[in-house]
Design a protein around this ligand. Sequence first.
Ligand code: TXA
Ligand code: MG
Length: 350
Amino acid sequence: MTCLQTKVWTVDKTGEIYSSYPQITQAAAFLQQDELVAFPTETVYGLGANAMSDNAVKKIYEAKGRPSDNPLIVHIATMEQLNKIATNISPLAYQLMEAFWPGPLTLILQKKQGISEIVTAGLDTVAVRMPDHPVALELIKVSQLPLAAPSANLSGRPSPTTALHVEQDLMGKIAGIIDGGPTGVGIESTVLDCTSDVPMILRPGGITKEQLEQLIGNVQMDAALTETKVAPKSPGMKYTHYAPKAPLTIIEGSPQFIQQLINEQKQRGKRVGVLTTEEHANMYEADYVVVCGSRGDLESVAHHLYDSLREFDKTNVEIIYSESFPVTGIGQAVMNRLMKAAGHQLITEK
Ligand code: TXA
Ligand code: MG
């Protein structure tokens, strides 16, 4: 792959974002020339390309090392853009958009012709969302392009929640990065299939099952989310993901039990890391302790999760243990990502 000079722009999103900002107009011009630009969203940083151009979208798979059977989410800023990429949209899907867009909900809809086949990996459906981030929305509006954008990490690595994470993975491989500060939610959007009679969650994320059910009633969960032997309906969900370099195991048990496991490893001469929360942080003696938010506030755990996983890669730990979390609300997405990062290695205290 050719080595590019990656341009990094900084935008202060605490103030108003104007479409005339040179950071936005330059980044938009790159996108119109089929180049890749990473940008902040409210969930994680995305790696954007013109969703209508095969040439541009191909570059996403190359830069990330992403398997080509894993389709991308198309990011839009207006409802006019929606009508160019999806068709046969149900009243229920419109109801969801009305309630949760812009926001961390991706809808799987019937695809319209014209969208790059590479975006949808040959499927007849397309994943669409309207991100709730002023920089993302301005970039889409100024470029006048729907943007295909996966998380802006190398395939298999934790998703990026800061521009620095994007730089760590993609510097020299993409045309530009807009640094808009750390993202908010910290975990990707919920992927909801709206082509079935009862909508089905294919990937838990920023909008919880409870929030969806409050609005539209019964929502199914893809069986593959709870049963490891079932093939997932969302192609991307079958890949190991988000993994730190040292093997990670999730522990369902007390801090005392986790400490016992740490001690056993230390006796074998291993350097051990532990992923914990504010409540339990000073209860461990390990080589490296990473505090990932507060378990009293699962949203803070989601917000810090990927950065915490990346933290371990800066250390020389050889094994990582993580506390587990209740699977309610955003906890469902947190445990889904943790279990994937751990390759489903779980130890339960008897
Ligand atoms: O929050 C997010 O969703 C972030 C930000 C950047 O928007 N994006 C993101 O994209 O997480 P990515 O590519 O890392 O994950 C997209 C997921 C994958 O699991 C993929 O398989 C699934 O969406 N997906 C895309 N199109 C699909 C389709 N037509 N049918 C089923 N699943 C689909
Ligand atoms: Mg991803």
